[in-house]
Design a protein. Structure first.
Length: 99
């Protein structure tokens, strides 16, 4: 049984922005800063993986900071049947004055 696998450090550390970006927790205005932090993380991971921890985890710290302390991997912020696309469509058709 594996509790929290760390099988692909480069991928795991430099793709943290994907879920928050898809959930609109961060947007294009944040991506230049995220890209800069990811490049620095990649550089340090290539030379010294144990020392890269603080630099790479700063990416998630930045995301949490600009989002108002939303931790994007905490599924408690969604209901059990949450669906990003379906909920937007339902909201449009049930609350929009245009419909």
């Amino acid at each position: 049984m594996v509790g929290d696998p760390y099988t692909a450090p480069l991928t795991q550390r430099t793709h943290m922005h994907l879920v928050p970006e898809q959930l609109n927790i961060i947007d294009d205005s944040n991506m230049a800063q995220v890209a800069t932090m990811e490049r620095r993380c990649q550089e340090i991971l290539a030379v010294d993986m144990p020392k890269a921890g603080d630099t790479c985890s700063a990416i998630m710290g930045y995301i949490i900071g600009v989002s108002g302390d939303v931790f994007p991997y905490d599924n408690r912020i969604f209901t059990s049947d949450w669906d990003a696309i379906e909920n937007q469509v339902i909201d449009y058709f049930t609350t929009s004055e245009a419909v």
